[in-house]
Design a protein around this ligand. Structure first.
Ligand code: ZN
Length: 486
């Protein structure tokens, strides 16, 4: 039924119907709508014209988008924002249940190594490549040219990768482990509150001590990643130490026995990187290492080996180029020769041989570099061969004038070892900061003994067939090289 109100609003309805039929995006219509709205108010009708049921979006030729009605600017607070994602609580690094390893007491005069991170930490960034061991970094080299042998052109090995996080370490009872691995003997004794364990196999004898990182293989010292611990009255070993150290030694490592091995000998330092300086004659490490390398080269050449030097003169050579050189020649073995220094400490003395730290273990030496135990470098594929060769080298060198045994150690920051796709070690042949050792090192006859010791160990390490090969009467090459000192 129509009321007075309805009748009064008939003109308003007419206007509204006309507007509904019109295109609201037309400018004339829009102007008219404003006039019509005012007319509706005067006629006592609606307070505003109804908006089109659904705002339409029209695409204009210039591809701009025009809205049917100017939408009010949304207040900043009204802008829809993604709900902040609250991260789940980060899983803690997997840690071993056993106490932390006994920290190594740094030798007097040596830089204090940074605390080793917990094993299996999974978030640490890649370590900064180290310039070398115990010496200042070499200057940047714009042109990486090698005088002789030629400049390598092969690319460096791939960077390290993070292996999947290993499972939580479960320490192993040494008694059961030794039985499972066919050890022929296991003797224990207590001395000074520590438990000593002597394990034997057909390959040699191993000695461990509770609470100590120092172990011995056939009397030669080497460093574990974690000190064995006493639990429930039994000595326990870390599983990665068992896999990376104990098993290869006690079970034995197959030697390649290659008939014509190729070895790359790396005389440490060179050119503008002089290395350490002798405390008795001011000779530089770079000169002594080159002479040692030449002598070693001559001995191996005489055995029918192919022995190449990363540098044959006083040349500045980047550490990465030394690795690339070995890669280019597809070397079977890499050895870097150095002499140590603890200056101004004159008391420090002895021999060290370094191998790359196996993944999952802290290093014996960090020199302040980050020591990410989750890193797995190309050379880590040869962990067992590295350890075996390092022990043979260390033993042979110790027989030269009874050097002090500073042991086979592990470091992760050594650039010349990280990227090697072959067994690789770094030897520190004594302290140039120790007057007695510096005097020996300055003697050519002594350096010849060092070279002979390394050659003997390498030949033995290569396999029985090579070790038995008769040595030619004359040893050509570096044996007669002389050392020129400043
Ligand atoms: Zn050095």
């Amino acid at each position: 039924m129509m009321t007075a109100t309805h009748r009064r609003r008939k003109p308003v309805r007419f206007i509204i119907s006309c507007l509904r039929a019109a295109d609201p995006h037309n400018g004339i219509v829009a102007d008219f709508r404003q006039v019509a709205s005012l007319l509706c108010l005067l006629l006592g009708g609606c307070a505003s014209l109804p908006e089109p049921a659904t705002p339409r979006v029209t695409q204009v030729p210039d591809e701009t988008i025009t809205l049917a009605e100017p939408a009010p600017l949304a207040a900043p607070a009204a802008v829809a924002r993604p709900t902040p994602v609250v991260p789940a609580a980060a899983a803690p690094p997997v840690r071993t249940a056993a106490p932390a390893p006994v920290p190594e007491v740094p030798a007097p005069g040596n830089p204090v190594p940074a605390a080793n991170p917990a094993p299996f930490a999974v978030t640490a960034p890649l370590p900064t490549p180290a310039p070398g061991l115990a010496h200042p970094p070499p200057p940047a080299i714009a042109s990486l040219s090698l005088p002789s042998p030629p400049t390598p052109t092969t690319s460096l090995p791939p960077p390290p990768h993070h292996p999947a996080a290993p499972p939580a370490a479960k320490w192993l009872a040494l008694d059961r482990w030794a039985q499972a691995h066919g050890c022929t003997t296991l003797q224990k004794s207590v001395s000074g509150g520590a438990t000593l364990c002597h394990l034997g196999s057909t390959n040699g004898a191993l000695t461990l001590q509770s609470g100590s990182l120092i172990a011995h293989w056939n009397g030669v010292e080497f460093r574990l990643g974690f000190a064995p611990q006493i639990s429930d009255g039994h000595i326990h070993i870390h599983p990665v130490d068992a896999r990376k150290h104990l098993e290869p030694l006690l079970d034995g490592i197959p030697r390649p026995g290659k008939s014509s091995p190729l070895i790359v000998i790396d005389p440490g330092h060179g050119g503008t990187d002089a290395g350490s300086r002798s405390t008795i004659d001011a000779g530089w490490e770079k000169e002594y290492t080159l002479d040692w390398a030449r002598r070693l080269q001559g001995l191996l050449l005489a055995r029918g080996w192919t022995a190449l030097l990363t540098r044959s003169g006083d040349t500045t050579l980047a550490l990465s180029n030394r690795v690339a050189f070995a890669e280019q020649h597809q070397a079977d073995f890499f050895i870097s020769l150095h002499f140590n220094s603890a200056a101004p400490n004159h008391a420090e003395a002895g021999l060290e041989t370094y191998a790359l730290t196996p993944a999952g273990l802290p290093s014996s030496l960090t020199r302040g570099y980050k020591d990410d135990a989750t890193l797995n470098f190309p050379n880590n594929e040869y962990d067992a061969q590295n350890l075996s060769a390092a022990l043979r080298l260390q033993r042979a060198l110790l027989q030269v004038n009874g050097h002090a045994d500073r042991g086979v150690r592990h470091a992760r920051f050594l650039t010349v070892l990280q990227g090697q796709n072959r067994p690789a070690v770094l030897v520190e042949g004594g302290y140039l900061s120790n007057p007695q050792e510096a005097r020996r090192i300055a003697d050519p006859a002594y350096r010849q003994k060092l070279a002979e010791a390394v050659a003997t160990a390498l030949i033995e390490n290569a396999g029985p067939s090579l070790a038995l090969r008769p040595q030619p009467a004359a040893a050509p090459g570096g044996v007669t090289s002389t050392l020129k000192l400043n």
